[in-house]
Design a protein around this ligand. Structure first.
Ligand code: ADP
Ligand code: MG
Length: 454
């Protein structure tokens, strides 16, 4: 059992990062030792250790600080863990996320080649992908590539925020291409797995096997390429893989949470190669598409949902498709266990507590909370100052007023003491766009919301 302090730390982190990130990186950590000088955090493997050191160290620093601990150093140490149990609340994770969590580095005596995966999951098809505003271009490009791999759009890059269907689409390309050509060597791999396998290959002097495996693919699909940031050796390896495949007209498909040029420490030669083909921005689907997604997912569970329930879900869960699916599954499970037909009252009572936005939240609360989060005086946010550290929180407050209270732009402008409502339009659009690309901005917004609804 972990210590109460560590439970508190993890509890806070769980609120501030995405669910996938939490489960993948944080959930299986433990507190090994702490003093004023040093905190030692136990982690299950080298891979998680590296990620925590590189990407999430600040999260620990911040959260420990909130809990009254400000060590001079934080160290990560690989320790034996209790076997990971899959809990009910993890079922909304995609299979590849679960793989990342549960897969310890697996080495057999006859080398690592067996651990290379083809990685395709039949669950992701074009047929069960709902097309609408936000994803139609990506869908069209993916279909065209599946029918004609390596011909145009090479590489294809899909980018956009979490849970909006990138993995689904790129997997669907692989599955469809495989149906067309069962002999083809079609490889899907997450960047984390690529990194992990490469590290193992280095350790066991099997880099030739590794290189051959990926360079002889007929189609290579690499998910979440942003995780290659800062890993020079792996970028180099990937560069050669890319070149070998591209020269042989083999299709390469990549997904990323942002444009390559916005991935810090991604080598320029890779950035420029990723831009050779076609890059498509994926957005969270609009209201109507979300409704269609819910209806079809319910139908595939043999449930007919009344329209008001569909609209309720689609209105209240507008972050991404993954959350939407999670909420629907929660509702369906609740009804199934009690043999109830889903209706709006049940939906509100099941999802209301955690998901819906209570109506009593005021504009004032939102603005105050945002000011507090960024530690700027309220009167500055409402006043004339144009310094960047005031303007950005002001824009974020406008964005939250719009997304949470659905206020009109003139009203948003008035709430923040602006005369001109085009400022509000501009600000909301800007934050909307930037939050797609900037994960720290997303984190800030979700932190503010969590506090508001806490
Ligand atoms: P991403 O890779 O962008 O984070 P995923 O592809 O994992 O997102 O999508 C999250 C979940 O939502 C998956 O279960 C996926 O099947 C589902 N999903 C996303 N977009 C759609 C869509 N347009 N139609 C049907 N299901 C979708
Ligand atoms: Mg994904």
């Amino acid at each position: 059992m972990s210590s109460p302090l560590w439970q508190a730390v993890l509890g806070e982190i769980e609120l501030s990062v995405s669910r996938g990130n939490y489960i993948t990186w944080f959930k299986n950590t433990q507190l090994v030792q702490h003093s004023d000088e040093l905190v030692i955090i136990g982690v299950p493997n080298i891979f998680i250790k590296q990620q925590l050191e590189k990407k999430f160290n600040d999260v620990f620093v911040e959260t420990l600080k909130k809990n009254g601990i400000t060590p001079e150093r934080i160290e990560y140490k690989i320790v034996a863990m209790e076997p990971h149990k899959i809990e009910d609340d993890e079922t909304i994770l995609t299979p590849e996320e679960i793989q990342t969590v549960t897969l310890p580095p697996k080495i057999t005596n006859n080398g690592i080649s067996q651990s290379y995966r083809q990685g395709l999951n039949e669950r992701y098809t074009f047929d069960n992908f709902i097309v609408g505003a936000g994803n139609e271009l990506a869908f069209a490009a993916c279909q065209s590539i599946a029918a004609n791999p390596g011909k145009k759009y090479n590489p294809l890059l899909l980018y956009g925020g979490v849970g909006i269907g990138k993995t689904h689409l790129i997997q669907a390309v692989g599955n469809s291409a495989k149906l067309n050509n069962p002999e083809a060597k079609i490889l899907y791999i997450t960047t984390e797995q690529f990194v992990q396998e490469f590290v193992e290959a280095l350790r066991y002097r099997k880099t030739n096997d590794f290189a051959t495996h990926y360079r002889t693919a007929d189609m290579l699909i690499v998910d979440d390429i942003q995780f290659i940031a800062g890993k020079e050796k792996i970028q180099e390896e990937f560069f050669h893989t890319f070149n070998a495949l591209h020269q042989a007209n083999k299709q390469i498909i990549i997904s990323s949470d942002r444009l390559p040029k916005d991935i810090p420490t991604l080598e320029e030669r890779l950035q420029s190669r990723f831009a050779w083909g076609m890059s498509i921005d994926m957005q969270n689907p609009d209201f109507e598409t979300r409704c269609a997604i819910i209806q079809i997912k319910a139908q595939s569970n043999n449930v007919e949902l009344p329209n008001d329930v569909v609209e309720y879900l689609s209105t209240n869960i507008h972050t991404n498709v993954r959350e939407l699916e999670g909420a629907l599954n929660q509702l369906l499970a609740f009804c199934e266990m009690r043999a109830l037909e889903p209706n709006i009252d049940i939906a509100i009572s099941v999802l209301g507590s955690s998901r819906t936005r209570p109506k009593h939240l005021s504009a004032k609360q939102i603005i105050e909370r945002t000011a507090k989060h960024f530690q700027v005086p309220l009167e500055d946010i409402l006043g004339p100052k144009r310094d960047k550290d005031i303007v950005v929180p002001r824009q974020i407050a406008m964005y939250i007023l719009r997304s949470e209270l659905h206020l009109s732009f003139p009203k948003i402008a008035r709430e923040l003491g602006r005369k001109d409502h085009t400022t509000a339009i501009h600000s909301v659009e800007k934050i909307e766009k930037e939050s797609q690309l900037d994960s720290s901005l997303r984190t800030a917004i979700s932190e503010i919301k969590e506090r508001l609804y806490a």
